[in-house]
Design a protein around this ligand. Sequence first.
Ligand SMILES: Nc1ncnc2c1ncn2[C@@H]1O[C@H](COP(=O)(O)OP(=O)(O)O)[C@@H](O)[C@H]1O
Ligand SMILES: [Mg+2]
Length: 260
Amino acid sequence: MEKEPVIIALTGKGGVGKTSISATIVKILAKEFPDKKILAIDADPAIGLGTALEVKPEITLDDIRTEIINSVEEGDTKNAMELVSESRYRIFEAIVETDNFAFLAIGRPESEGCYCRINSYLKNVIEMVSSQFDFVVIDGEAGIEQINRRVMQKVSHLLLVTDASRKGLEVIKTINEVAKEMVDYERIGVVINRIEDMSLVEQLDTGKVELLGLIPTDKNIITYDVAAKNFMELPDDTISVVKIKEVLKKFGVLNGGKPE
Ligand SMILES: Nc1ncnc2c1ncn2[C@@H]1O[C@H](COP(=O)(O)OP(=O)(O)O)[C@@H](O)[C@H]1O
Ligand SMILES: [Mg+2]
């Protein structure tokens, strides 16, 4: 039987470091598993992961979805589901291959109007595409919308990201509650990012969710972001890479699925 992919989805408040950590996870997985197939999905309409990993997709999943909807509205003689079926192959055109990983941008996950069948089909498409890979890393949109709309319905590892702010922690507690109902995950955990002052850590309450690790402020992340450098080239010994690797071990991603 084919092995299920490990699907790691990152979620949390805006600006807490989801994109930086997603890019770093892709870097770590590519280095640890050079023979495995890795897919990075940019699920944030703001498109940051592509910049961090230096990939420029020409089309997004949403472009394909919009094409289908437009041709339905223009009275294309084929029925909508037929067009959707054909679009299966176009999805693979939206995937950019690099030497180390593949990349897919979602664009806007869903826009107005209820094209429910098309939307739910496209969710299946994400599942279908993911099944072709060993590891999938999803950089999610800020907040709980995607969790609510079940864009991230089936993930194996749901990684809640926060900074040391009250608001960031509140958002992950809310996401945890919603995710219990809406996401079919195997593991859930929190990472607290951009910590300047380790003495504050004891006061941080992550609720009932397991704390997987703490990531200090890393000058390299700031520099790479400002200079638009490729996160794949982050040094292996920079503090964020070291700490995120520990998080992945604890999460059971780097050791064949067994938590440490
Ligand atoms: N550990 C870190 N150390 C230093 N800067 C960080 C760290 N994590 C994130 N940043 C910076 O914080 C900002 C927001 O990070 P980003 O990854 O874009 O967050 P999100 O995707 O959650 O909105 C960026 O400018 C990024 O460079
Ligand atoms: Mg982001």
